[in-house]
Design a protein around this ligand. Structure first.
Ligand SMILES: [Zn+2]
Length: 442
């Protein structure tokens, strides 16, 4: 009995080793896709299973070499330049391995990782190439000065529009094959052109093409554009194809409070986080309090704007939920830019999928969003903007918990002395619910 058992075990082991050696020799590279973005180029290799690989960089001329263990190329590599890559070449190595060489047209830094299968794609090896000469954060930061209107010195309100997903991430899929990443980019473009036609408003697109931008980077780009407002555009999906309607989200309380700590931990993001107040010279506790206050105020603004946008959308489309929803979406986590996420419709619902593809519907939706935004900015004029000077003779501000007079003065860019005098305040003590008149800034 023992002997039989041992035989069985050894037979089993033999089978396993055969299987694994066969499997090892059988990783096929079946496709490659390229997604050129302004600041990076992403190459995605389709592979039949996860594999071992090594990547290194060579210069003179600049190239990236990727050695794939036990892999074979089952396709011909695409020709021609795409993004930072001029040419793709391949060769067999050691009889079992595959070498892929990327001739690049600039000095790049490469990052690689494996992706597991999703709804659309199987196993993948991703190679991201970043331009070495571009110091992305500092360059981006100063690239877009806020447009000043020549005569008045008043600036335009800046709306950052973020089309969700992109590139290798298609987002949700409709039954007719409509991809969320495509329709939300179309809607984002329509929305931008509507906003740009408004006096005193302009829009910037965070994603301008079919490529993916990391979520934190989307926030960074909005801050670099000095956005007054961040709007992320998405389409919903659900197993039940009857689910329908639009929703508007803001960041949940819990997401917000955990985020304050994260920003605090990241030194480079701290200055000018709180309405231009540098936090460098503040002690940790004061910093925490200031960031919390800023985030609290941003949350309130996000909620008010979401409410107006939802209300306006309700007149052109069915709403999935009548109230503003809350969730921990990472992309909404700016501590200083009011941020909302719009689920424009259910792409999984056949009628709404059709709507999402229709130019007429996209236009109707974008017009409604603009109406909501204008209502919001009329109720909460942003100091120093043309729109505020047109719509506002004086502003009022209702004190919420945790606010101080100096924080309010800072927010509206008026002097503390002016604020005190306008409201005939004998001291800096204010109470929750008290309404202050905000003098016009200079
Ligand atoms: Zn989405």
């Amino acid at each position: 009995m023992t002997r039989t058992f041992l035989l069985m075990v050894s037979a089993l082991l033999a089978t396993i080793s055969v299987v694994s050696s066969v499997a090892a020799a059988q990783i096929d590279v079946t496709g490659v896709r390229a997604w050129p973005a302004p600041d990076h180029t992403r190459l995605v290799f389709e592979i039949s299973a996860p594999l071992e690989y090594k990547l290194f960089t060579l210069d003179g001329p600049e190239r990236i070499v990727i050695d794939l263990k036990d892999a074979r190329l089952r396709m011909s590599l695409p020709k021609g330049t795409v993004g930072f890559v001029d040419k793709l070449r391949s060769a067999e190595r050691n009889g079992t391995d595959l070498r892929i060489v990327l001739d690049t047209n600039k000095s790049v830094k490469a990052k690689t990782f494996l992706l597991v299968p999703n709804q659309t794609y199987g196993h993948r090896l991703v190679v991201d190439l970043y331009d070495k000469s571009a110091n992305s954060s500092s360059k981006v930061k100063n690239s877009r000065p806020v447009k000043q209107l020549a005569n008045s010195g008043l600036r335009d309100l800046v709306i950052a529009i973020d089309a969700g997903h992109g590139g290798e991430d298609p987002g949700a899929l409709g039954r007719k094959g409509t991809r969320e990443k495509d329709v939300v980019l179309q809607i984002a473009r329509v929305l931008k052109s509507k906003i740009d036609k408004q006096r005193g408003m302009k829009a910037v697109l965070i994603r301008k093409g079919d490529y993916y931008i990391n979520l934190r980077q989307r926030i960074t780009l909005a801050r670099a554009a000095k956005a007054d407002m961040f709007i992320s555009i998405h389409a919903d999906a659900f197993k039940d194809h009857r689910a329908k309607g639009a929703s508007v989200y803001v960041l949940s309380e819990r997401g917000a409070s955990s985020e304050a700590a994260t920003w605090l931990a990241r030194q480079e993001n701290q200055s000018d986080l709180v309405g231009g107040v540098s936090l460098d010279d503040k002690d940790p506790l004061t910093k925490q309090v200031l960031i919390d206050l800023s985030q609290h105020e941003t949350q309130n603004d996000s909620h008010s704007s979401a409410k107006e946008v939802l209300r306006a959308m309700g007149s052109v489309t069915r709403l999935h939920k009548k109230d503003v929803q809350q969730a921990g979406f990472l992309v909404l986590k700016s501590p200083d830019i009011p941020s909302i996420l719009i689920e424009t419709a259910y792409i999984s619902n056949p009628t709404e999928e059709q709507n999402l593809r229709s130019k007429a519907y996209q236009t109707k939706l974008a017009t409604a969003i603009v109406t909501g935004l204008k209502r919001y900015f009329a109720l909460s004029p942003q100091p120093g903007t043309l729109l505020a000077s047109v719509t506002q003779t004086s502003t009022s501000h209702t004190i919420s918990r945790g606010e101080t007079l100096s924080l309010i003065a800072n927010r509206y860019q008026v002097s503390l002395r002016n604020l005190r005098a306008t409201n005939k305040l004998a001291s800096d003590r204010i109470r929750v619910g008290q309404v202050l008149v905000i003098p016009r800034g200079t």
